[in-house]
Design a protein around this ligand. Structure first.
Ligand code: SF4
Length: 287
């Protein structure tokens, strides 16, 4: 099994390992792959299967991440790989998050050099995005350090489902993040994403104290879009900072969620108005 040595695991005896990167806490026997598809037990040691393997690379406007209050008008070289530690039934990037797509090999030095070479085109650094970057941890860490050394910025677009220790190791190299807060109910995280709400809330609080953070909630009719839930979500974010930007984006049916239909724009605008009672910066997406 090819792979790059992974960080954050324990040997639990008999060749088994416990991955300590995220709250899924996968216990893996030799040859087994974690829920994220990106880490595996290779003969008693944990390896990253997606290190240096890139599925998508594009110079994107920073607003597309979305980040609205971090170097507006700039571009950012955006890279993704494969894998995710959630199983969201509505995933809009399932072709790279839930399976291994065609990949190209790049070293951290090559990606950092590409970032530097695109500065004349408006690039401010590297964004790790498209699939879940925190399950690409070792490559993101190596690239972010090199990129920081050359004076450029690092951005993560993430679901925030990570343990606080690994996050703390990466945070010194991260300048901005967009973190999904997919709903404000534990039941949604459990039944729709196969995860838990509480660790995501902890990540948002941890990261907002260390770098620029914006939050995104994809609104799905009947599942996470009640006025009560959106108001509670906004109020909780305002407890961290009323200046924390919130993006309320409009869902469309995808992957394993073929219903409900896409909500109307008016409904998103109304919920944004409600969120603005707690937060200064609320943006509507896909509207
Ligand atoms: S990072 Fe992947 S292998 Fe590790 S605990 Fe999370 S889902 Fe499991």
């Amino acid at each position: 099994m090819a792979g790059h040595p992974a960080m954050f695991f324990e040997e639990t005896g008999g060749g088994d390992v416990l991955c300590a990167l995220c709250p899924q806490s996968c216990a893996l026997k030799a040859g087994q792959t974690g829920l994220c598809l990106a880490r595996a037990n290779d003969a008693g040691r944990l390896v990253s299967l997606n290190y240096g393997r890139v599925s998508a690379l594009a110079l994107d406007p920073i607003e597309k991440k979305p980040l609205r209050r971090f170097f507006p008008g700039s571009m950012i070289l955006s890279a993704g790989s494969f894998g995710c530690n959630f199983k969201c039934r509505f995933c809009q990037n399932w072709s790279i998050s839930q399976q291994e797509p065609p990949l190209r090999e790049l070293t951290a030095q090559q990606l950092a050099r590409l970032a530097r070479e695109t500065v004349p085109d408006g690039n401010i650094g590297l964004a790790f995005t498209y699939n879940e970057p925190l399950v690409w941890f070792e490559f993101v860490y190596d690239c972010a350090r090199l990129n920081r050394e050359q004076g450029l910025r690092n951005v993560l677009v993430t679901n925030g489902y990570v343990n606080p220790g690994p996050m703390a190791e990466l945070l010194p190299y991260i300048d901005a993040m967009n973190i999904d807060l997919k709903a404000f109910s534990p039941g949604f995280y459990r039944s729709v994403c196969s995860g838990r709400l509480e660790p995501v809330m902890e990540t948002i609080a941890q990261c907002a104290a260390a770098c620029h953070v914006e939050v995104t909630t994809l609104l799905i009719p009947g599942l996470n879009d009640s006025a009560q839930e959106v108001a509670a979500l906004a109020k909780w974010l305002a407890g961290i900072s009323p200046e924390l930007p919130l993006h309320l984006t409009r869902y469309h049916p995808d992957y394993r969620m073929t219903a409900p239909p896409q909500p109307g724009r008016e409904q998103i605008f109304e919920l944004a108005g409600l969120a603005r009672q707690s937060l200064r910066y609320v943006y509507c997406g896909n509207c």
